[in-house]
Design a protein around this ligand. Structure first.
Ligand code: NDP
Length: 285
């Protein structure tokens, strides 16, 4: 039986509706409009598209959205200064520095400079530490989006075997923690993993986040597994594909996210949610 296709577009649309109501409530009750500022350094075409999509999404829910555009040759100090100014601006509740930045900029130091209370990407070590300690506040958007999508399926995660392919700070690691907190038994695979197929063959839930186009094939997937594809890869002919061979795997899985239109829109929706959360915290202390 072909898998249920989990539409991130549809789920994100409903979530935006809920967030819009929350934004209205914050305005009425506290006179505060949640504000997100994105810092974009340089002219990377993919980054420009992401920033434009984030800006539009903010406007749709009634949030304030600003983009600080800095030239490609901006110094590291200039970006640091910009972040400091945003830290000090009470109208800015969320700060996001669009990655990757040009080579002269030390991303790690920039991330560490963002006020953790405004770190809506959830990448600051304070926020990562809180997640690890089981006290999550601002959690990375992509893995939170995956959890939100899983929750729309009528399945009990407790005791399930979850295999996460990829161990990055922004997806794989926090994803594993979030699944573990929901009582999954987790396995994290990466480029040095031996027998990836063996691990995947036991998985009730697979989260693929490698950046390797279509590397997860139907033969690797246990019949009935739920497959969440985080990967976004552009092929030479311009088409976008995930890390999963969607057409073949959808014949084996019980549910699967498409690319595009799966995890991507949820990441943006979660960014809005984090910004609303940060704004609410700023008024409630
Ligand atoms: P990274 O490059 O930071 O991490 C990739 C991970 O995949 C690494 O842990 C790497 O292992 C592992 N990996 C690479 N090749 C293999 C392989 N052949 N077998 C097993 N594991 C492998 O990527 P990100 O986590 O930032 O992103 C992953 C993908 O998700 C990308 O396609 C990215 O574009 C996409 N993405 C999508 C988002 C969305 O909103 N949908 C948001 C963020 C990312 P090792 O650690 O050993 O190198």
């Amino acid at each position: 039986m072909a898998a249920k296709i989990i539409s991130g577009n549809k789920i994100a649309k409903q979530l935006r509706k809920d967030l819009k109501a929350e934004v209205e409530q914050l305005k009425e009750e506290h006179g505060v409009t949640p504000g997100l500022t994105v810092v974009l350094v340089g002219e990377d075409p993919a980054s420009k598209i992401y920033v434009r999509n984030k800006h539009r999404a903010c406007e749709r829910v009634g949030m304030v959205s600003n983009v600080v555009r800095l030239p490609e040759d901006s110094s590291h100090e200039k970006v640091m200064e910009t972040v400091q100014e945003l830290n000090d601006n009470p109208d800015v509740h969320g700060i996001l520095v669009q990655l990757p930045t040009p080579d002269q900029i030390d991303d790690e130091e920039i991330i560490n400079t963002i006020d953790p209370a405004k770190d809506v990407d959830g990448f600051h070590p304070v926020n990562m530490g809180k997640l690890l300690a089981g006290q999550p506040e601002l959690v990375p958007c992509t893995p939170t989006g995956v959890m939100y999508m899983l929750d729309t399926l009528d399945i009990d995660l407790s005791g399930k075997e979850a295999v996460i392919v990829g161990r990055s700070n922004i997806v794989g690691k926090p994803q594993a923690l979030l699944l573990m907190y929901r009582h999954c038994t987790i396995t994290i695979c990466h480029s040095r993993t031996q027998d990836l197929a063996g691990h995947l063959s036991r998985a009730d839930i697979i989260v693929a986040a490698t950046g390797v186009p279509k590397m997860i094939t139907a033969e690797m997937v246990k019949p009935g597994a739920v497959v969440m594809d985080v990967g976004i890869n552009r092929l030479d002919d311009g088409t976008l594909v995930g890390d999963v061979d969607f057409e073949a795997v959808k014949e084996v899985a019980s549910a699967i996210t498409p690319v595009p239109g799966g995890v991507g829109p949820m990441t943006i929706a979660m960014l809005l949610q984090n910004t609303v959360r940060a704004a609410r915290k700023s008024v409630s202390g």
